[in-house]
Each structure stands twice: as structure tokens, then as C-alpha cells.
Design a protein. Structure first.
Length: 298
């Protein structure tokens, strides 16, 4: 069976009326895609952030005549880029396999791989994290996650305690555990992230009790019991700035910190700020993103 795929670029604040129009003309599904390679991050628990510009990808049965809908969309004030409006026929295929083919195993450092569950690990004897794309942020493909994984691969030692602050999918917490950490505390303000971390830890056969998950307000009151050898936080520049002193109290003297989720132009301000508590290293850049690291002062 073949399908018709309509694609159009709109501002995110104009999606709702267009969606209803598309559904009224027989739309079976509507997908949102980033139209401008714009990173977005969840700011409030349970919220859904959208890009400023969104490509709506809409699926219709082949037999439906869409001439009137195309004319209405061409005249609709919400669509500024009329050339973005396209319609094409899609031949039927095994859609699940097509989607899965977009995700490949990725290597970080010398011994760490992230592999989707439907692929055989390229290096069976390596440290392999089995992780599928899901609701929570973090599959290894984004530069910030990649830089943190590379840092962990070089710095994790056996039998240490690690805090993953802003754990998302749990990818960094799981990496730390598989690389030899004895205890990992995973923290996130999004309950979906906590659920994802727990489920992904189970899929990777992490022994019970090695990874503990917390919402921030559920952390134990005794900071001394939380002191870590390594703390990694892959979040955003603003919360990293606001949380700097709190995060410093979670790291042992001579312990290490790694920070990401910030743009390259935000690195200098954070390096200076964290310099009150850490001896900071030179920032590492990847694309437009930065990773910071440092050693806790006594």
C-alpha cells in the first residue's frame, strides 16, 4: 500500500490550527521535525519544548484528493515559506526497520560503545551500553553526551562513587557503572528521566543497588554521605551556574567534575565561576558545544 506524505514548515506557535486543518482533510498522522537544527532542552518537569521552526510531516491515504488542502495551505498566513510545502508518494515498506537503520553503534574512547538493542555490538569484549532512543535525553549522538562519555571512559576508576546530575536516559550513569564505579547516584528533575534510567539500567544488567535514582528534593539530607569521587552534569549553562556551589559540596577534596550542555561562548563565564571551588582545566570543544572539567580544591 502506498501513502501520500505532505511536508510543510511552520512556526511552532502556529501548529495547532494547522494540525486541525490537516486532520479535517484526512491526515492519519502528523510528526514534528526540527526545521533549523536548533537544540532544545526541557526546562520544567513534564513540559515539552518545541523548536522555533517545525517541519510538519503528515501522512494521508493514497486515494485522498489533496488539491483543496494544498490550496488552503498555500494561502494560510501561518506558512511563511510557501516553497517548503511539498507532497510526494511513499511506497510501502517495513517502517520499523527503516527507522531502526538510522541508529548505529557508536564508539567513545578506546573501550566504550553505545549500541541499539537490535544490533550486535561490533566489539563484544568492549564495554557495551545497550541503549535505544527514547523519551529522555541522551543516546550518545549529541556532542555534549559524546564528550561526557569520552571523559568518563578516561577517568572512571574501579570502586569509586559517581554522581550523574541531570541523568536523562541514564547513559552516563550506566557508563560509569559498566566502567567500574562501585556506586552511582543518578539525579534528574524529570520523573520520565528517572523511569528511563531505571529501565535502561535493567537492560544493561546493572546489579541492583549500584545505581540509585533521585529527584533533587529526594536526595538524602546528609551531604557528607553523598560525597563523590566524580560528578558529571550534562545539563544547561544557566542551571550549571546556579547549582555551582551545591554541586561543589557533592565532590570530595581532589575529586573531579565534568560539565557539559553549554555552548562554546558560555564556557569562559562558567570556568571563572567554578574556579572558586575547582582547579579548572581548559575547555574542550565539539561543534558549537563545550565540556569543562576540574579538580576539587581542598
Amino acid at each position: 500500500m502506498a501513502w501520500q506524505q505532505l511536508r510543510v514548515r511552520v512556526r511552532s506557535d502556529q501548529i495547532e490550527p494547522l494540525e486541525q486543518l490537516i486532520l479535517d482533510y484526512g491526515g492519519l498522522s502528523i510528526s514534528y521535525l526540527d526545521a533549523d537544527d536548533q537544540p532544545v532542552f526541557q526546562k520544567d518537569p513534564g513540559s515539552t519544548q518545541l523548536w522555533d521552526l517545525v517541519d510538519l510531516v503528515c501522512l494521508f491515504e493514497k486515494e485522498i484528493n489533496l488539491d483543496k488542502l494544498l490550496l488552503l495551505l498555500q494561502q494560510h498566513p501561518a506558512i511563511e515559506d510557501k516553497e517548503s510545502l511539498t507532497l510526494k508518494t511513499l511506497e510501502d515498506q517495513v517502517w520499523e526497520r527503516s527507522w531502526m537503520s538510522d541508529f548505529k553503534a557508536m564508539q567513545f574512547g578506546e573501550r566504550l560503545w553505545v549500541c541499539p538493542s537490535w544490533q550486535k555490538p561490533p566489539e563484544p569484549n568492549a564495554v557495551n551500553i545497550m541503549l535505544d532512543p527514547g523519551l529522555a535525553f541522551g543516546s550518545g549522538s549529541h556532542a555534549t553526551t559524546s564528550m561526557c562519555l569520552q571523559w568518563l571512559e578516561k577517568n572512571i576508576r574501579d570502586d569509586i562513587k559517581v554522581i550523574d546530575y541531570g541523568c536523562g536516559s541514564g547513559i552516563l550513569a550506566i557508563a560509569a557503572a559498566l566502567l567500574g564505579a562501585a556506586q552511582v547516584i543518578a539525579v534528574d528533575n524529570d520523573p520520565q528521566a528517572i523511569t528511563a534510567t531505571i529501565e535502561n539500567a535493567k537492560r544493561n544488567n546493572i546489579p541492583k543497588g549500584v545505581i540509585e535514582t533521585y529527584l533533587p528534593d529526594q536526595l538524602p539530607d546528609n551531604p557528607a554521605g553523598l560525597l563523590s569521587d566524580i560528578l558529571v552534569a550534562n545539563i544547561l549553562a544557566e542551571p550549571l551556574m546556579q547549582l555551582a556551589e551545591d554541586l561543589s559540596h557533592l565532590v570530595k577534596p581532589q575529586g573531579q567534575i565534568a560539565l557539559s550542555g553549554l555552548l562554546a561562548e558560555q564556557a569562559d563565564g562558567l570556568l571563572e565561576h567554578y574556579g572558586f571551588w575547582f582547579e579548572m582545566d581548559k575547555a574542550v570543544m565539539s561543534e558549537e558545544w563545550a565540556r569543562l572539567s576540574g579538580t576539587r580544591l581542598n
